[in-house]
Design a protein around this ligand. Structure first.
Ligand SMILES: [Zn+2]
Ligand SMILES: [Zn+2]
Length: 311
């Protein structure tokens, strides 16, 4: 989900600790893998809706002290090879990943797949199918914007020429044309469910999505549980089903995730025996609440998902 402006405090605080690196002892989010430094298992490049090319993202990660990096573009594995090459050259451990959108009882859910085989035929077919769904939906969103007097066709040009057509592309176009103040405003006014530019999309089911990740040799991680607007009991039901389907991890620490949300996620991870994952959900350098590689430390009671990523 996009357009969420979480608080920036946690990221800034953890960033200071992160930069201290080895000085005080433990690196952030210590795990048994990686060459040390920060662990960031949720990032986006221009192969989906991020602003940096995969290679530039990997270079920035290395410069920011990220020792283990996953690229997890939306429904795309197109950037993995380029990012992997830069990581290899820069001594960063690279985890090939993807973030798949899916449906759980009418709710859009995101599942991150880590350590996936980017050449898995079923995964590639899945991404291609979702890509078609996204383009169709983007055309409908353009039509809906046109219907309220906006230049829908022009606004959707960037999204439809991108590798993956996302609402974030459309939000950027709205901002660029002065039709919204910023990305969040674009979502609030036009792009959220129920707003004039919103069009629905029939995402693949959660079950199929988790199976797809497992079939590609990956580890399925439920992304940003705090951003779905679910009640505590609904979230519990989601996590229970995710676990039953073979899900292995839950994002418990994300840039911009407040302490109450982190605590709830940690409790869910412990209750359902899921490993904890961490990441920035980085999209672009200019957004301060999602700084690459900086987020709160994974509590020692939570088993790090990195332990499941050992070769
Ligand atoms: Zn997401
Ligand atoms: Zn994401």
């Amino acid at each position: 989900m996009t357009g969420t402006a979480g608080g920036s405090g946690a990221g800034a605080r953890s960033g200071a600790g992160a930069r201290s690196g080895t000085g005080a002892g433990e690196p952030m989010n210590p795990g048994p893998v990686g060459p040390g430094g920060l662990v960031d298992l949720h990032t986006h490049s221009s192969c989906s809706d991020g602003s940096l090319e995969p290679a530039a993202l990997a270079q920035l990660a290395a410069a920011r002290g990220v020792g283990t990096l996953a690229l997890t573009d939306h429904d795309s594995v197109a950037g993995l090879q380029a990012a992997a090459e830069v990581c290899r050259a820069g001594g960063v451990r690279f985890v090939p990943g993807v973030e798949l959108s899916c449906d759980w009882h009418g709710q859009e859910i995101h599942v991150v797949g880590l350590n996936i085989d980017a050449e898995d035929a079923v995964l590639l077919a899945h991404c291609a199918e979702v890509g078609r769904l996204r383009r169709t939906r983007m055309q409908r969103m353009g039509e809906r914007l046109t219907a309220v007097g906006l230049p829908g066709e022009a606004l959707t040009t960037a999204a439809l020429s991108a590798g993956v057509a996302t609402r974030r592309h459309l939000a950027r176009s709205l901002v660029a044309r002065g039709l919204a103040r910023d990305l969040q405003d674009a979502f609030e006014r036009y792009l959220r469910r129920g707003r004039p530019g919103y069009a629905d999309i029939a995402w693949p089911e959660l079950r199929r999505t988790v199976e797809c990740i497992g079939g590609a040799g990956g580890v399925a991680v439920l992304a940003h549980p705090h951003r779905y607007g679910l009640s505590v009991s609904q979230l519990g039901a989601l996590v229970a089903e995710f676990k039953a389907l073979g899900g292995e991890g839950l994002e418990v620490s994300l840039a911009g995730m407040g302490r109450p949300d982190s605590s709830r996620a940690e409790a869910l991870a412990q209750r359902f025996g899921l490993a904890g994952s961490v990441g920035s959900d980085f999209h672009e350098p200019g957004l301060p609440w999602r700084p690459l590689g900086r987020f709160a430390k994974l509590p020692s009671a939570i088993r790090p998902i990195t332990a499941s990523l050992d070769p």
